[in-house]
Design a protein around this ligand. Sequence first.
Ligand code: NAG
Ligand code: NAG
Ligand code: NAG
Ligand code: NAG
Ligand code: NAG
Length: 409
Amino acid sequence: MTGTRLMFSVPLLLLFGPVTALAGNVLVIPGEYSHWLNMRVILEELVNRNHSVTVLVCSASPSIKYTEAEPFRFKVFDVPFNATEVHSISEQMIHFWMYEAANASILHLALKFMDVLGRMHTLQIQMCDAIFQDEELLNMLRQSKYELVLADPMMPCSDLLSEKLGTPLDMEEFVQSSGDDGIVVLSLGSMIKNLTTERGNIIASALGQIPQKVIWRYSGEKPENLAPNIRLYDWIPQNDLLGHPKTKAFITHGGTNGIYEAIYHGIPMVGIPLFADQPENMIHMKVKGAAVILDFNNFQSKDLVDGLDTVINDPSYKENAMRLSRIHHDQPMKPLDRAVFWIEFVMRNKGAKHLRVQAHNLTWYQYHSLDVFAALLATAALVTLIFFKTCRFCLRKCCLRSKTKSKND
Ligand SMILES: *[C@@H]1O[C@H](CO)[C@@H](O)[C@H](O)[C@H]1NC(C)=O
Ligand SMILES: *[C@@H]1O[C@H](CO)[C@@H](O)[C@H](O)[C@H]1NC(C)=O
Ligand SMILES: *[C@@H]1O[C@H](CO)[C@@H](O)[C@H](O)[C@H]1NC(C)=O
Ligand SMILES: *[C@@H]1O[C@H](CO)[C@@H](O)[C@H](O)[C@H]1NC(C)=O
Ligand SMILES: *[C@@H]1O[C@H](CO)[C@@H](O)[C@H](O)[C@H]1NC(C)=O
């Protein structure tokens, strides 16, 4: 039993730990100057976490050095102006602010600001035109199948671009369109890319009957008769969706990451456990009153509809999930800080020998419990010996007595 667990837990950690947070494909529309410096830090971290990051930058960027090697990719598009022109607008603005603004009249100030903003706006419009009139660029961006557009709010047409490319800004609109009914998030984990057609159709048919909108992370064959309240995505920002105020329930396979995210945000669950530790994880959630469980191979559409109805409309499920969430939040320090603390603790204390498992100090015969085995064997032998000796002693007594008896007779 222990052996199986150990063997499971190592690959599970590897697979469920990083993988769910991984392999996103991100398109970045950066700002300039300090905005870019800040965003660059985030991009480096995203690359460290194995996301693929592409920065869409115009050829006239005054502060982004797109010809230099970076851990992320640049996609440069041409604009009908150059970096010197862009930079000179900022320079004039700064010069005016530093040396002339103090003595200028309100009217002068207002006119100057309008002039600068107007010139920036003209350049930005030209930039947007350059993107949207370049069919080749748009096709290339579409084919790259970005899952998210990370845009600096300074850049005006990033919303429009992400809508054209069909990325999560779209998802937010879909979520908002759910009204008071809210949304249901469905993911069976990073390892399950597809289901059998039969199971897929059962799930799709159930989801088509509920009033909520559904965001389903699924990359298998598209189920037939997919109702308009359901959207399929290859990848979803799961933690963000679970934290969204419109999210009512989470349909999950019961992997530890998903469960912790749901607990953190206080979202009741419908569990469809598939393998390994998932059934056990879901039972914990069910016992705590925050989930119902369905049997993957046997549930029918009605069971899923009923399960969702229960966790969404019976207030006890939400209350229990919120109670777990409060307990989960109530910690002396953040889990990331705790992990870092213990790693540094071991380094500070030269390997923290006092915390080492004493199994390392056992001799080979202790490690294999041969000493215990020998002691047990000796005890058993002793008991057996005593038993036989006693029997022999008793028998002898009896025989002796009967012999004397017969002699006397
Ligand atoms: C990123 O991928 C590399 C190579 O595949 C791997 O060694 C590394 O652990 C991954 N990093 C994270 C944070 O998952
Ligand atoms: C930028 O454009 C301006 C005006 O079109 C031109 O005078 C200038 O030489 C250009 N600068 C560079 C570096 O190309
Ligand atoms: C503003 O005007 C005052 C008086 O007219 C002058 O002494 C001062 O040097 C001016 N300041 C700047 C920054 O030009
Ligand atoms: C899922 O897809 C893989 C590869 O396309 C295929 O080998 C597998 O049989 C599919 N699984 C199911 C349950 O359809
Ligand atoms: C355990 O073994 C290590 C080296 O193998 C030794 O330094 C340490 O003192 C031992 N600890 C105990 C409690 O015997």
